[in-house]
Design a protein around this ligand. Structure first.
Ligand code: HEM
Length: 150
């Protein structure tokens, strides 16, 4: 599957760069796992009353992981033919990314009741999981499409 995409895009301009597609995708996927795991850990700790999730080392680590994730994502966007995203799965993923970031931000910051923050945190994790299945299936509804359109 991957090699088909690579040769389909293998013109003189992009051929030397497209060779790195598997590595770039691996970096993107590894950073997604790291980003999700760190967010889950910080969320549980912040809601349990610990202060470290908002400390600068935790925030810095999060920025480094997310910046690497996004840099790899942009490279993938440049490397792949636009037809890869024709059914709108990437647009849906990007829309959910905004939802995830906002929910995650609100869940980690105090100012609301702990109960509300747990709900925001759970919704952020759901958005993350949905984005993951959207990406894996290359379908705008992700895992939901099995139920809506079996
Ligand atoms: C600005 C944000 C993002 C952009 C522009 C982006 C873009 C991309 C692109 C272009 C691919 C390559 C698809 C392919 O190889 O056919 C990809 C793969 C992937 N992305 Fe993202 N992504 C972003 C964020 C995320 C996030 C937040 C998640 C998870 C929650 C995620 C999960 C994945 C996964 C699992 C794959 C591999 C899909 C496969 O198996 O083909 N991405 N992403």
């Amino acid at each position: 599957m991957e090699s088909r995409r690579i040769t389909a895009h293998g013109d003189g301009l992009t051929a030397p760069v497209i060779e790195f597609y598997p590595q770039v995708k691996s970096v993107h996927e590894a950073m997604i796992m790291a980003s999700g795991a760190l967010f889950a850990l910080r969320g549980v700790a912040a809601l349990a009353g610990f202060g470290w999730p908002l400390s600068w080392p935790a925030r810095l680590l999060s920025y480094v992981i997310d910046t690497t994730l996004l840099a790899a994502a942009v490279l993938l966007l440049v490397l792949l033919p636009w037809s890869t995203f024709a059914n709108g799965w990437l647009s849906m993923k990007l829309g959910l990314l905004v939802v995830y970031v906002v929910l995650g931000y609100l869940a980690l910051r105090s100012g609301r009741s702990v109960g509300v923050r747990w709900v925001l945190f759970a919704l952020a994790l759901l958005a993350y999981g949905w984005m993951y299945t959207i990406a894996r299936l290359h379908h705008p509804l992700g895992a939901l499409h099995e139920f809506i359109n079996p």
